[in-house]
Design a protein around this ligand. Structure first.
Ligand code: HEM
Length: 357
């Protein structure tokens, strides 16, 4: 049979082939979107966000303040990496302090997680973006493990405490989380961003001009002394205590953090964020961050940045850490959602506008 110039009898194998390709692609897209099977996807991580979550805000760490400052390289990392940021004397820094609570309206004493995001833009235009927490390692070796931990440690409505059987079943699958849960139970609560150490957690590679790779992890170590809230101080802390404190300190003088890099030895795990390396590994100080001023996140300077920790300059390389890859997807998802809301005029206080009466 012929339709126009097409002889169906002769063309059917080719058409069947095209059909098969379309079917495979459609299945692949459905799988990637999490529509088939029980696969953990970016959406899985954000599924518990309430539908009335305030428009325009980050889906986690919603409460935050922007900062600007400068990163001064020491030159010590330039031996291992030809990234410009390690050689040029000063690099502009834009960043954000935040707390780990999802809600942008949370009280500062509602979580022990304090965080810093930062973007360094070198004079060759290359950017380095990062998101760091005050925890030195991740709880689990992979991201589904993190979800399993959140579920297993959720308070049982009957007792208000996590169900020990659920916790033990989780620890059977993810034994590495035992040390994280033990440390978390006694972790002091920082009473100021200024004295907190912020950790990148994942391993990255420094890549030298000759191609040599050195695995490292970095942390931002404060010049200010660490200070913790007592239980009473924490209970009575004001709603915005941490954010007021950092603004007051900066009104008097800049704040500083050294970027400390821990260098891996051969055999140290580079793809597992739950396994810290021995403290005896050599360290170098790649430079010092000076935070000069903080300002409201509503004006967009840091609000509209995705501080994606997989965006690194030439002279660095990513590890195969599965949590790092998962984070990149989750962050893009959250970023797209909030920028979409802002772009379509749905956001109010997130962009400094009053809600319509
Ligand atoms: C699988 C585990 C994780 C999930 C599901 C998760 C989820 C999220 C989401 C949805 C956001 C909002 C992103 C945006 O809209 O720009 C966020 C922000 C943030 N996350 Fe994570 N995260 C995870 C792991 C981590 C880890 C390991 C760290 C630290 C090393 C971290 C540090 C941060 C920081 C600092 C922010 C605020 C960034 C900013 O100020 O823009 N997260 N997270």
């Amino acid at each position: 049979m012929k339709i126009g110039e097409i002889d169906l009898k002769r063309s059917w194998p080719a058409l069947a082939g095209i059909g098969a390709i379309v079917a495979v692609l459609a299945t692949a897209f459905a799988w990637a979107a999490g529509l088939l099977g029980q696969r953990v996807t970016n959406t899985t991580f954000l599924e518990d966000i309430p539908h009335d979550f305030p428009a325009g805000y980050r889906r986690a760490h919603g409460k935050g303040v922007c900062y600007e400052g400068v990163f001064r390289a020491s030159g010590a990392a330039a031996k291992y990496s030809d990234a410009r940021v390690f050689a040029q004397p000063e690099t502009r820094a834009i960043g954000r302090f935040s707390i780990g609570n999802m809600s942008p309206y949370a009280a500062d004493n509602s979580t022990s997680t304090v965080s810093m995001a930062m973007m360094l833009t070198a004079d060759n235009g290359q950017q380095w973006r990062m998101k760091m927490n005050n925890e030195p390692y991740f709880a689990t070796r992979d991201a589904p493990g993190f979800l399993a931990m959140v579920k297993a440690t959720a308070p049982d409505p009957a007792t208000g405490e996590p169900d020990p059987q659920h916790v033990e079943a989780f620890l059977k699958d993810y034994p590495e989380a035992r040390k994280y849960l033990a440390a978390d139970a006694v972790k002091p609560w920082a009473s100021s961003f200024a004295g907190a150490t912020f950790h990148a957690i994942h391993a990255y590679f420094l890549v030298a001009q000759d191609g040599q790779r050195q695995a490292m992890r970095w942390s931002l170590r404060p010049h200010a002394a660490f200070a913790a809230w007592s239980a009473e101080e924490r209970a009575s802390a004001s709603h915005d205590a941490l954010f007021k404190d950092v603004a007051q300190r900066l009104a008097k003088a800049p704040l500083h953090w050294d970027m400390v890099m821990q260098l891996a030895a051969p055999g140290d795990p580079v793809d597992d964020p739950s396994q810290p390396w021995p403290e005896t590994r050599p360290q170098l100080v790649a430079g010092t961050l000076e935070v000069q001023r903080v300002f409201d996140q509503t004006d967009g300077v840091c609000r509209d940045i995705n501080f994606d920790p997989t965006l690194i300059p030439a002279g660095m390389a990513l590890s195969n850490d599965p949590v790092l890859a998962t984070r990149a997807g989750i962050y893009a998802h959250s970023y797209n959602a909030r920028l979409h809301e802002i772009g379509y005029g749905k956001a109010t206080d997130a962009v400094g506008k009053k809600a319509a009466p």
